[in-house]
Design a protein around this ligand. Structure first.
Ligand code: KG4
Ligand code: ZN
Length: 361
């Protein structure tokens, strides 16, 4: 269990204190914030999925049930909070795996009922965007946010914490899936995104060329990239012009991957980043906005962070990137979103149900 933030001198004093729970996928997380300041941010990652090469929903919900009490307990203790000082309970209501969402939702509802405190339902993708308001220099409204996670790739126009509009999104795979599926083709374990990032650091991003899809408007597509990587690896190590007929043997292919892993990862990463940033440039121009943020698990990618800074300098943008701990799934982002909802008295009834699909546009 990772246990972020330290005890705050604010703990125990006046102010709006919110306990937030995130359980949409395979991380069980809880955080406490007071007046929009994060006092604790605790995550239990589920290792149980590694050997299956992806998240197994049934195992995820079981692991959430085992983790949720110790995670919430640690979040409260780290924040120096008694249950009696909590003003509201927040939870991720959508989107995600239904069995996983249910565990967090039921726990949050039970706490809200027993403590007689308001319940705040939070949309996971809105929370990823608002992770940019947690710490450090904050963007001013309106801003654009490129939200790139394992399930989503969106460009979001944010006019206030509550007023957001998706102006572009993927029509097939998400950016995180593009990383993870590429990694799988290279024989790397799940989730492969961070490993591609690691190997890319020492590779030549121009060595191999993968195509950039031609998609209209501000939407994205990553499925063609996956196919081109598949064929590239199928023929890996062969130089014959009749590549289909002389496709590489398993041994030749593996040798080629082993010898060129850093360059392959750097080239794949380079293409994913260029697809993302070209659309972001288009959106910034179309909406005439120079406050640009990124969010979501893929915003932890070193290459993307660096490329965003460089592009921002060229384009005259002010760029914002959440700290690593607030990029991948976490409950601090749920807490900050809930804080803004609390200020608007945007509370939910106890009969609210979690939803696996995003009902937020
Ligand atoms: O936001 P997130 O933690 O969970 C979802 O809501 O999906 O995003 C997880 C995704 C995974 O696809 C993971 O491989 C990717 O983020 N990811 C990365 C990096 N760290 C996490 N992808 C590329 N480079 C990274 N450093
Ligand atoms: Zn996420």
């Amino acid at each position: 269990m990772e246990n972020g933030r330290n005890n705050s001198p604010l703990a125990g004093g006046d102010g709006v204190t919110i306990l937030a729970i995130e359980s949409s996928c395979d991380d069980t997380a809880a955080a406490v914030c007071r007046d929009g300041r994060i006092l604790s941010n605790v995550i239990a990652n589920q290792k149980v999925h590694e050997k299956f090469g992806g998240v197994v929903p049934e195992l995820a919900s079981r692991a959430h049930m085992q983790n949720i009490v110790p995670v919430v307990d640690t979040a409260l203790k780290t924040a120096g909070c008694e249950l009696s000082s909590i003003d509201a309970i927040a939870f991720t209501q959508a989107p995600g795996l239904i069995g996983s969402l249910l565990v967090g939702a039921q726990f949050a509802k039970s706490m809200a009922l027993s403590l007689d405190k308001p319940l705040i339902a939070v949309h996971h993708m809105q929370a990823h965007v608002l992770a940019n308001l947690i710490a450090g220099e904050k963007p001013s409204f309106p801003f654009l946010c490129l939200t790139v996670s394992g399930g989503h790739t969106q460009i979001v126009l944010c006019e206030s914490p509550a007023k957001m509009k998706v102006i572009g999104e993927t029509i097939d795979d998400a950016a995180g899936e593009a990383f993870d599926k590429s990694a799988k083709l290279l024989g790397l374990p799940y989730p492969g995104g961070p490993l591609v990032d690691k190997y890319a650091a020492t590779g030549d991003p121009k060595r191999f060329q993968f195509p950039e899809p031609k998609i209209d408007g501000l939407n994205f597509s990553f499925s063609g990239l996956k196919t081109s990587i598949l064929y590239f690896l199928k023929n890996a190590g062969t130089s014959n012009v009749f590549k289909e007929a002389f496709a590489a043997s398993e041994e030749t292919r593996q040798q080629f991957i082993d010898d060129n892993l850093a360059d392959i990862c750097a080239s794949i990463q380079n293409r994913i980043i260029s697809i993302l940033l070209n659309k972001l440039k288009k959106a910034a121009k179309e909406y005439n906005i120079n406050q640009i943020c990124i969010a979501g698990g893929v915003s932890a990618n070193t290459g993307l962070r660096k490329a965003l800074k460089e592009t921002g300098e060229k384009m005259g943008w002010q760029t914002f990137i959440p700290a690593f701990e607030y990029c991948t799934d976490n409950a601090a982002m749920i807490a900050i979103t809930a804080y803004y909802k609390y200020l608007e008295k945007d509370f939910s009834n106890l009969d609210i149900s979690p939803s696996p699909r995003a009902v937020w546009k």
